[in-house]
Design a protein. Sequence first.
Length: 458
Amino acid sequence: MPAHRETPQRPDRAAPHGAQRHGRPRAARRRAAGLRHARQTMIRIDDRHHTRREVEDLAARCAERARPGVRYAACFSGTIDWLAAFFAMRAAGAAVLPLHPGTPRPAAERLAREAGCRYLLFNGYEPEEVLPESEAVTDDPGRLIQLSSGTTGAPKPVARTWAAIGREIATYVTHFRDPEGMTPVIACPVTHSYGLICGLLVGLERGAEPVVLNTGNPKYILKALREVERPLLYASPAVLHALARLLPDGERLHAAMTSGTLLPDPWFARIRTRTRHLFQQYGCSEAGCIAVNPDMGAAAAMGYPLPHHRVRAGGGSEAPDEIVVDGAEGEVRTRDLGYLRPDGMLMFVSRLDDTINVSGLNVYPKDVEDVVMALPEVTDAVAFRRADPFAGERVALVFTASRTVSPLTVRAWCREHLAAHQQPADVVQADSLPRMANGKISRSRVAELFGAGGEGAR
């Protein structure tokens, strides 16, 4: 096994959280459920500004029904209603599982039960029982429960304590100071930790007025950015790429954060030239934000690890190894392959689950995807594994393009730019690629749809 490099462990302060109890006067409940870190700020959601008092009043209504130690799932079509429920649950010391606002009720009930939730809040603050007390998780210390991305398999619930999230926010604000004075514009779900914690809660901690956008429409996002002074956009790589293509000549984004999936090199080059300040953060559901890059110079440069974590990885580009995080919550094995540069920058190579082994030689999907996306007509690409009776595994490729492109053209291009074991044995053009709400490609879904020339192929 290659030698590991480690980042030093440094102490960090813990952020306290409040406790909610029944029987308090309404004003006290408002204070307990209120935006502790946003004393004089507001939240803008699309074109509407919400005052601190308005959010606290909504949170107080929910807090009347919140019980410490109980697990709740929450699914709201209205963003302000979800955020009020979130603040109430956090203040009460309850545990909450946020569900995407587009989740149908039967699916919300199923996800709540699978996560051990006793109650479901579905577009209302009245809890509805979905599991009897004997089957639900009881005496939970109070947590934010997130569903893992499900990039390579079924999503699973991951719980993090409010204290751990408080440490993450405090360290993020202290050690990533470049966004001070910027306004976070969050064009990604605030039911996911990227938008909720690093976008919204960090913005409130900095004293900003976060802007939450409930659409992925690039034209609307661009309009909103133009209305904000010094905006910092939190969005998926796909949205950033769409904006970079849409921007008129001479105009640039003030600042943008990317996360969730590695930018293809052609996308990175375009976004970098159209953005003054380009940041990247790396993390996982179990550990939260692990590293932040304050000035992206390469797509694979994830960032410098935050000091409340100790990060282990490979010793160099020729000897990558699994990225492992040690923190207050214990050891987290990310299933990502990477290494630490001598200056401490964490570099990403591939998902371990995505690496394709062709006759004993590793193929990293991004290497194939970047080459294919350098073709002018190609707009997106994903490489994945197919079983092979002779090589064990082989590379399969699905791509989208602005016009019909012959597989022979793609194969010829790959022969010029890739080694023999990296060559895609199957090449399929599709109308679109399946992406999840956070912008990540679902490789398991790609393999299901296109693995045998399935329904998505042309």
